[in-house]
Design a protein around this ligand. Structure first.
Ligand SMILES: [Zn+2]
Length: 367
């Protein structure tokens, strides 16, 4: 593989603005690039890119990345500093997940330039809206895919790690409704939604609950003016656990704190808990784990099983019946302005991908 070409591709992708929800330009560019490297490409109505590289042997695998970047940063200017790519600190870098996409394009370039050897068909999915709660992969019609299993290039962690287990994540939207009143003239006629929300939050178990369970209330919005008893407040939060029963218990405890607070003051409560992605756990012997591990070892690297606290599109593919593991791309501090990636790690991540896609399988043929 060509280190300079991979780096140039990565820098080209990072320079294209693609804050989540604004993927038109990057989507168009990527469709052109994947098609130009021999893929049959199509976009679905939400903007996900599907690119299929026909195989020269049996079997079909999925390789998944996402084209949007976290937050709203634009005008990202990468700086290369002693083998490390970062920004000036005013924006994120967008290595999440442009590094994964750059690896895919380098793989395709290698496949184009390498004499045919038996390898599986590869279905690339480059999703939109991943950073807004896996929007693209949630809407993806997986009946368009034929892959038996897959690999999602979208995690941090040392090269050689395999994310085989992630939590379920639930988004919480909690609305307290009290009664508005003039706070200066007749406050006794009001029921303060802010007081209810505050008492509820104070009573909730939040933060790290145990090794596998976390919960957070992240935003509070409501009230109208300093002299009006607030009639309504909305809390947004989330809860995650690797253990479904613990998660159910956690959501129940948060709801109970809200019900008690609303009940004490005679207010109303609307409590919505929406599952955003569901836990998966891929056994060591299952194809995506085994093939990733074989590829990693074939490069002389160490396999590190990783139990992650966050979700990726892998959660959706697993839930929709395509077993997937998630693999690192070299990204560090994703979603922060300190985000960076070392060129060596980017190259190593790409080598792992190439090994997965081209290696002769243990049973003698591609699977
Ligand atoms: Zn990502």
């Amino acid at each position: 593989m060509d280190r300079d070409r991979l780096l140039a591709t990565f820098l080209e992708l990072v320079a294209v603005d693609s804050p989540t929800g604004h993927e038109t330009e990057i989507g168009r560019l990527l469709e052109t690039r994947f098609a130009g490297l021999g893929c049959e490409t199509s976009r679905d109505e939400i903007g996900n890119l599907l690119a299929v590289m026909p195989g020269t042997g049996p079997g079909t695998i999925l390789i998944s990345t996402h084209m949007d970047t976290a937050g709203s940063d634009r005008g990202i200017t990468p700086i290369i500093d002693d083998g490390l790519i970062r920004t000036d600190g005013s924006t994120i870098l967008g290595a999440d997940d442009k590094s994964g996409i750059a690896c895919c394009l380098e793989l395709l370039t290698l496949l184009r330039d390498t004499p045919a050897q038996p390898r599986p068909t590869i279905e690339f999915v480059v999703s939109v809206g991943e950073e807004r709660g896996l929007v693209g992969s949630r809407h993806l019609d997986v009946s368009r895919l034929t892959a038996s299993h897959g690999f999602v290039l979208d995690t941090a962690g040392p090269i050689g790690s395999i994310t085989y287990w992630t939590p379920t994540s639930v988004y919480l939207t909690i609305t307290f409704t009290g009664r508005k009143a003039h706070a200066g003239v007749e406050p006794e006629k009001g029921v303060s939604a802010i007081r209810m929300a505050a008492e509820a939050v104070a009573a909730m178990p939040l933060g790290r609950i145990d090794e596998e369970t976390v919960a957070n209330i992240g935003t509070v919005s409501g009230g109208e003016a300093r002299n009006i008893v607030p009639g309504s407040v909305v809390l947004e939060g989330m809860a995650r656990s690797h253990d479904q029963a613990k998660l159910d218990e956690q959501v129940r405890a948060i709801r109970e704190a809200c019900e008690h607070a609303a009940g004490r003051h005679g207010g109303q409560l609307e409590f919505a808990a929406e599952e955003i992605y569901r836990t998966y756990r891929i056994p060591e012997g299952a194809p995506p784990y085994r093939e990733a591990a074989d590829a990693i070892r074939s490069l002389g690297l160490t396999v590190t099983p990783r139990k992650s606290g966050g979700g990726t599109d892998a959660n959706l593919f697993n839930a929709k019946g395509i077993p997937c593991v998630a693999l690192p791309t070299g990204m560090v501090d994703e979603h922060a302005t300190s985000e960076r990636i070392s060129i060596d790690d980017l190259v190593a991540a790409c080598r792992v991908l190439v090994a997965i896609a081209t290696r002769t399988r243990r049973d003698g043929g591609p699977t």
